[in-house]
Design a protein around this ligand. Sequence first.
Ligand SMILES: Cc1ncc(COP(=O)(O)O)c(C=O)c1O
Length: 429
Amino acid sequence: MSKLAIKGGTPLRDIKKHPWPCWPVWNGGEKKVLAEVLDSAVWSYNGPKELEFVKAWAKFCGTRYALAAANGTVTLQMALEALDVGFGDEVIVPGLTWQATAAAILDVNAVPVLVDVEEDSWCVDPKAIESAITARTRAIIPVHLYGCIADMDAVMQIARINDLKVIEDCAHQHGSEWQGKKVGSIGDIGSFSMQLSKILTAGEGGALTTSDENLWTKLDALRNCGRRPEINPAVEDKGSGQYADEGDLIQSGNYRLTEFQAAILLKGLKRLPRQNRIRSQNAVYLNDLLQKIPGILPMKRDSRVTEQAYFNFTFRYREEEFNDLPVMQFREALSKELGLPVEPCYQPLNDCSLYRPLTKKRYRISEDHRKEIDPARHRLPLCEKVYSRQSVAFHHSVLMGTRADMDQIVDAIVKIRTNLDDLTAKRKP
Ligand SMILES: Cc1ncc(COP(=O)(O)O)c(C=O)c1O
């Protein structure tokens, strides 16, 4: 077989001739609505596009309510605040996630308790949740990571037994379904990110879902400087101002989204089901081929998953089956063959360059608190193993390609396997 691209050979894919699908996706429809919003002079603050979006988002997610917000970090923070989580409380969170999931807990002065994940889904391990529960635990944040859904049956059962709240971090999973229920509709609150790389995006943005009117009321006030909700999209006919009640006023800030973003999200939402279908079909096809390659382990597809959305496509790699070629070099070789970034999973949060709670003065509440928020106190052997030895990930836009594109990913891995001697020869004794 031909020489590997990483060794100066010709890459399997000529990306000048055959670029990978672009992300984000837009057309003249977006340009039109952006101009409409511009001309309307209503650029923010409960505008018609935002109201239309939150209604559509609640319907899509199967919840009574949805809210739009600035990003998927502040949505987590607001969810914690709406559930009255704060100083003295502990919140259980998987150690393998984007730093925001844990940082939001720090920002409400609670203690993130990092727990390990399941090796075949990279989502929180329910047994690890159970072992981490203390008298101070108030909530769990399961993260539906990349292309897997956390075991929500187990999470909800643990929450029920221990009287804990559940915030689903759905930043990666707009449209995934667990036993026929959309993610974001299973726990108390769902939190979504609409940042540029996400499968529904307005460049930046976030959303919250809940079916609890009380929580919705609090969340709406939290995102809007503590103001009581003016319009309840679920019961519009009651008119505005009905929630104003001096006694209920709370402290908060501005976490609102603009009308421009809401308009873009409405357009993206129309495309989302079809895009999810294409990604899912390609992922199933690709996994089927990958599982035939020794040393490549597709992620678990739980039989309770009824729809799977993909932020990243990921799989596990076993260097033992690749002449001990370290996963980092495997990723580099794959990246060169395909002309696309091939990444590891997130760095485990007990040693993550972007999760450094001890550097922030705001968190120096007491010496005890400082010790508790030190991420290094947590042992996360599976997160560490997955990150340093197994993880291979690429962006969901790749899954928007054709069957031939999926075949080419497989061909690239086979090419690496066939040329392993070129990559590992120097390292042999
Ligand atoms: C799992 C997870 N949670 C939360 C966030 C935060 O979202 P945002 O970037 O919109 O603040 C992200 C962003 O990548 C994420 O991946």
